[in-house]
Design a protein around this ligand. Sequence first.
Ligand SMILES: Cc1ncc(COP(=O)(O)O)c(C=O)c1O
Length: 417
Amino acid sequence: MPAQQDGFATRAVHSGSRPGRAQGATTTPIYASAGFAYETAAELEDVFAGHKPGHIYSRISNPTVAAYEERLAAVEKGRGAIATASGMAALATVIMTLTRAGDRIVSNASLFGGTRRLFTALMSRYELEVVYIDLDREGSLEAALNDRTRFVYLESIGNPKLDVPDIPTVAETVQAAGIPLVVDSTLTTPFMLDAHKVGADLILHSTTKFISGHGNSIGGALIDIGRFNWGEFPDPDLAEASSLVGKELSFLYTARQLVVQSLGNLASAFDAYLQSMGIETLGLRMERHCSNALSLARALENHPAVAAVNYPGLASSPWHETAERLYGPHYGALLSLRLGTRKRAFELINGLRLPKQLANLGDCKTLVIHPGSTIYHDHSAEVLEASGVYDDLVRVSVGIETVDDLIADFTQALDRL
Ligand SMILES: Cc1ncc(COP(=O)(O)O)c(C=O)c1O
């Protein structure tokens, strides 16, 4: 088993591994079992009561999922993790664990479209108030906080705006308010973002993306970093959990026993297996994703057919200084470019040979999409503005192909515009 002080790659490869000892397997087996049998009635009673460790039913926990959760916690250096059926399921779990009707969530306005939909269209039905702020505007966060605010939410790199919030500065204000800071680190992954260093309390991932890495699985993750004092969180369920399992584990306990058990949004054993394998090569892939993205961004910036390139690794990005301070020399794998008109954006997509056009990111293959006509097709002008979605914008999730091939492909398609 790796130690906390081991490097990222060591923790990624060696943590959370429960090989099938009987057969000499080198990876954790996929325990495809709905329930788990015990010899005596008293034993099962003890497991239900929490007096004896053990799995009961795979809607609540499962050995393959538990091993993957251990690995997620190890790479984030967190207290524990819950692997969910999707990134949205992880977010729903945070919301339902920490809020009640009448409460407020304060969120940066630059968000993935699905997160916006969950916050606004769905949660307003349960009288939950989500206040959107612009973290680039000084004082915006302070003005939005009130005594019903239960957490502050942001994406470490905004999808698709590619803004880079200064998380340590945000964390200071959030900490002073006595509430947790929840960071969606999907675009940075634990390879780039050290939650302890930036001051995040809960980390959320769409593991569908870089963690899975091959576009073959949908999943999410929720990691309690272990910084926040849940003993001070004003919720009776968390207080009750504190008295049962201690304040350190009260968030994870409530999230699993109350929310995940009730919603049934835990990851399946099969998806946990795939994503756990993904973590083993995450560092290598992220290095290549990031260097390819930087090279491609530089090449695109110099092409006369391109009106603008958005990438935090370019000096022209308004967030370059923050990105360099927090993540340099890695700036992520997502970039976007503006072509002047929607017609030219479509022509670029149609003219590319290698990238796949689809609604995902973080695959080892390069992916492109026109967000305005797809992911954001039913969002208001205000949301489009806050998310940096323009009609001439193409989003590129840069893969791990040979970078010269990618540059040549984009160049030939741009030359023909
Ligand atoms: C930044 C970000 N967060 C969350 C999600 C939601 O994740 P999932 O699609 O796994 O539910 C996405 C999906 O694109 C995303 O890009």
